[in-house]
Write a new protein. Structure first.
Length: 193
């Protein structure tokens, strides 16, 4: 039991997001490194799904974290740093997509899964891999804006308004795009129900 007035030190790696973001916004590089290690895989996976290509993901993630470091003092709620990092990565990915010509992804296997298997049995792993491949194909076949909206909503948890703001679209358009995307994904995934 801690004595009154005694300061208990918590290892930086165990600190909550609010504490880490607050320290990082004050210039603590080590706190920002912990945030990168904690949320980097999610940001990378999200960027990979959004980009539809893995050859530019590392550049997008690096640009997102550089921007995040520079703009962290403007974050109004440090506890919401995870969602904020995803929004920064989203903007960087969209900028990159707008700047390039569309080309097919050659290496789909390096993408992280959207769903994890419930079991490690060979049958469960094989079925999971097949479902994951079918979902990746279904997402790849969507028109680009539908795919972006679907990923932002279903993977990153954005609200309709946030998606509209990030993509520069009215909320009603976002709702329509999401509706069409969901209908297409459900139809393509029907054999796996």
């Amino acid at each position: 039991m801690a004595k009154p007035g005694l300061v208990v030190r918590v290892p930086l790696a165990e600190a909550d997001d609010r504490t880490l973001a607050g320290r990082a916004s004050d210039g603590d590089v080590r706190a920002f490194e912990v945030l990168i290690r904690r949320h980097g895989p999610l940001v990378r996976g999200y960027a990979a799904r959004l980009m539809g290509s893995t050859d530019e993901v590392d550049d997008v993630v690096q640009a997102a974290f550089i921007t995040a470091w520079q703009q962290l003092p403007t974050l109004s709620d440090p506890a919401a740093v995870k969602g904020w990092l995803l929004r920064v990565a989203n903007r960087k990915a969209l900028d990159r997509i707008r700047a390039r010509k569309y080309h097919d992804d050659i290496d789909d296997e390096s993408r992280p899964p959207l769903v994890t298997p419930d079991s490690t049995s060979p049958e469960a792993l094989a079925e999971h891999h097949a479902v994951q491949s079918a979902l990746s194909r279904a997402l790849t076949e969507l028109p680009e804006l539908q795919r972006q909206c679907w990923l932002m909503k279903e993977v990153a948890g954005y609200s309709y308004d946030e998606i509209g703001t990030d993509l520069g679209l009215p909320t009603s358009t976002v709702r329509g795009l999401l509706s069409r995307a969901r209908t297409s994904v459900i139809a393509r995934m029907e054999p796996w129900r």
